[in-house]
Design a protein around this ligand. Structure first.
Ligand code: ADP
Ligand code: MG
Length: 380
């Protein structure tokens, strides 16, 4: 039984004569104990999706369930969920203890003793016991966020819903809280739906990631599935940083290449078969910055590039390259010395290249995964 599910859910907002389709025909099952991240650009419908499950928006079509029970018509407090928001919305005049207890006092018939015990346990888990008698204005951002989490934990819900809960924190604290949230999740083991627009957060935190664009689910899978096997150009570009490079090229069937004069990429036999099935005349070639390699000489998959900007990151350097009308980003070993305005030759390794349909954006083929040998010691 999934902890919660969306079954063919749509949400349409009416704005005067305008209809805004915020969520379109969405189906997702949230498995027991899993940490599911909903990710996508601003305005793609993430918050609405979460609010539909929370009961803060009405559903236009479809069903939402919690523990296999349809909850479309249940009040938020009766849905067995707890939500954590971006702004912590703590009551300023109440202590931490009172803030954590308040929701339970208002919406349950638990005894004061039981409530006190739940607050105490949640405070221990979150390591904020010594803050229980403080008021919110005497807390740091990270501490406030922990209290907001505590308020959710004391409800002992079937599902946690979190809407960009870390976005008000500075970068360092955000990274730290990311780890803390994962530890918390491991400890409590309650299914969590976590919304973020940040693909790094999605990659690092999600057991599975659901990518949304314009109200529609694009793909759902593990972080590595999305990274290696994106179903379309949108997912390919959204997951991974810096973004995957896309080269819009003509498919020269006779030569077995994708080309435009500036760049020529020679397909393998396997890749040609997939292209034949797709029946395209143009093709968008995708290659991640970290997959581009420096080349020694000319080859069937090399291009000559002008370096426009070098961004040293330490471990690696990002090179911004001009290849004719194309701009590429390559990530190379930080020890390699390369200057602006230098000309270099790079290779697009055949095993690392993706191809996308020029109109639909759907993947025609993805990079190889099977044939690669993992170093011994890799835990699988
Ligand atoms: P996200 O959280 O991914 O940034 P939202 O779910 O907030 O996106 O919004 C999705 C779309 O629905 C946007 O186009 C937004 O403008 C629209 N929308 C959200 N809430 C309302 C509302 N109450 N009334 C009208 N349109 C809304
Ligand atoms: Mg939002």
């Amino acid at each position: 039984m999934p902890a919660a599910a969306y079954n063919d859910v749509s949400k349409v907002f009416e704005d005067g004569n305008d209809k805004i389709v915020a969520v379109e025909d969405l189906s997702i099952e949230i498995q027991d104990g899993e940490f599911l991240v909903l990710v996508g650009p601003s305005g793609c419908g993430k918050s609405t999706t979460l609010r539909l499950l929370a009961g803060l928006e009405t559903i236009t079509e479809g069903e939402v369930t919690v523990q296999d029970k349809i909850v479309n018509d249940e009040k938020p407090k009766d849905r067995d969920i707890a939500m954590v928001f971006q702004n912590y919305a703590l009551y300023p005049h109440k202590t931490v203890r009172e803030n954590m207890a308040f929701g339970l006092e208002m919406t349950t018939s638990l005894s004061n003793e039981e409530i006190g015990e739940r607050v105490h346990n949640a405070a221990e888990i979150l390591d904020i016991t010594e803050l229980l008698d403080r008021r919110p204005n005497a807390l740091s951002g990270g501490q406030k966020q922990r209290v907001a989490l505590g308020r959710a934990i004391v409800r002992k819900p079937s599902v946690f819903l979190m809407d960009e809960p870390l976005s008000n924190l500075d970068a360092k604290l955000r990274t730290q809280m990311r780890t803390e949230l994962q530890e918390l999740h491991n400890e409590i083991g309650v299914a969590t739906v976590y919304v973020t627009h940040d693909q790094t957060e999605a990659m690092t935190m999600g057991d599975r990631i659901a990518v949304l664009n314009a109200g529609e689910l694009q793909q759902i899978g593990t972080p590595l599935e999305l990274y290696h096997q994106p179903v379309n150009e949108f997912v390919a570009g959204f997951i991974g940083s810096p973004s995957m490079n896309i080269l819009e090229l003509k498919y020269d069937q006779a030569a077995g290449t994708a080309t435009d004069g500036d760049v020529t990429y020679k397909f393998t036999e396997d890749q040609l078969e997939k292209l034949a099935e797709a029946g395209v005349e143009h093709v968008n070639i995708g290659i991640r910055p970290e997959d581009i390699e420096l080349a020694d000489g000319e080859g069937p998959r090399t291009v000559t590039a002008d370096v426009s900007v070098v961004e040293p990151m330490g471990e690696e350097s990002y090179l911004h390259l001009n290849v004719g009308r194309h701009e590429l980003t390559a990530s190379i070993d930080g020890d390699y010395i390369v200057g602006n305005d230098q000309q270099i030759r790079v290779e697009l390794p055949e095993s690392r290249v993706h191809a996308f349909h020029p109109d639909s954006g759907e993947a025609i083929f993805n990079r190889n995964r099977d044939s690669e040998e993992l170093p011994t010691g890799a835990a699988l």
